[in-house]
Design a protein around this ligand. Structure first.
Ligand SMILES: Cc1ncc(COP(=O)(O)O)c(C=O)c1O
Length: 315
């Protein structure tokens, strides 16, 4: 497998000139990982890269993973595995679904992913060690990639974003779900850079989740706590919780695209970008350089546009 299966040089660093920020000397850059690929976009290639290399180097027959009916991760895994030539199984939440239930599942199936539909109860066991052992016994020599690609290898891939940043960054902002992307950014960031995370889940204990992942990654409780001192959590920008959005958020997406040619999605990146702009109003950010990591997710916008009968990306 070619390590450069997807070309990350497409992920440019876009300078965004927000007049009221520029006036205060705040420099804002967006790392456009959404441009890496239409299906394996944003943090998806970052999280899948070392998982796929593991499939190859460990001589696995293929891989299996988990996702909901509209999962970005499921689609990205199907697309990347297709390009790498690996057989892939997707376990999907919802026994009532079929390959034709929606565009995401249809495309996964077209790309060759074998879809297995699970009851919500069975899907709830997706992180249970014994349950995974049972799947591995049935699908011998298949490599397990957890939901959202949120494992150790996913974090290592996300650390690599820093290799592509060639200017000094004081603050970095990112949307948070499983925490793999934010933990990767934290592990790779320069010491003086502050990481700001914006969880999209309501009531999410970001600190505890990140601590648990880092502790396991680093084998050291103290180092995990020390690293987390460099993190600020902004929990008030979830817009009602995962998958929820408001008219205000949709209109924010339209305005952002119109002003900066920057497409955002209502599930992750718009919430984070909105939250970041609110936070940047504070004078402590004067004369600082800010990085927003665009983690992708734009493919869901088509369905949201149809559902709400509007266009998100017009000038
Ligand atoms: C578009 C997008 N942004 C951000 C995230 C959050 O990343 P993580 O789950 O690694 O915290 C996800 C989920 O993977 C996502 O699909």
């Amino acid at each position: 497998m070619n390590e450069q299966l997807f070309d990350t040089t497409k992920s440019i660093l876009q300078h965004i000139d927000v007049p009221h920020l520029s006036k205060r000397g705040v420099q804002l850059f967006v790392k456009r990982d959404d441009l890496i690929h239409t299906e394996v976009s944003g943090n998806k290639w970052r999280k899948l890269k070392y998982n796929l290399l593991q499939v190859e180097q460990g001589n696995y027959t293929g891989l299996f993973t988990f996702g909901g009916a509209y999962s970005n991760h499921l689609l990205a895994t199907a697309s990347a595995a297709n390009k790498a030539g690996f057989p892939v199984i997707g376990f999907v939440r919802g026994e009532e679904l079929t390959e034709d239930s929606n565009a995401t599942l249809k495309r996964c199936s077209e790309l060759g992913m074998k879809l297995i539909f699970l009851s919500r109860e069975e899907y709830g066991m997706r992180n249970d060690k014994q349950y995974i052992v049972e799947i591995k016994a049935e699908y011998t020599n298949y490599f397990f990639v957890p939901e959202g690609g949120g494992n150790y290898l996913g974090m290592v891939g996300c650390q690599e974003i820093w290799k592509e940043i060639d200017c000094n960054i004081d603050h970095v902002f990112v949307a948070q779900g499983t925490t793999a992307t934010s933990c990767g950014l934290l592990l790779g960031k320069p010491e003086h850079t502050t990481l700001h995370v914006i969880p999209v889940l309501k009531g999410f204990d970001a600190y505890a989740e990140m601590y648990a992942k880092l502790k396991w990654f680093l084998f050291q409780d103290e180092l995990a706590s020390e690293l987390l001192e460099g993190v600020r959590i902004h929990s008030e920008y979830h817009f009602g919780g995962y998958g929820k959005y408001t008219d205000e958020l949709l209109s924010f997406i339209q305005k952002t695209y119109n002003s900066y040619q920057l497409p955002l999605d209502p599930i992750y990146t718009a919430k984070a970008f909105y939250g970041m702009l609110q936070e940047l109003a504070d004078v402590s950010f004067n004369n600082k350089t800010i990085l927003f990591v665009h983690t992708g997710g734009i493919q869901v916008c088509k369905e949201i546009e149809e559902k709400n009968n509007l266009k998100l990306f017009t000038n």
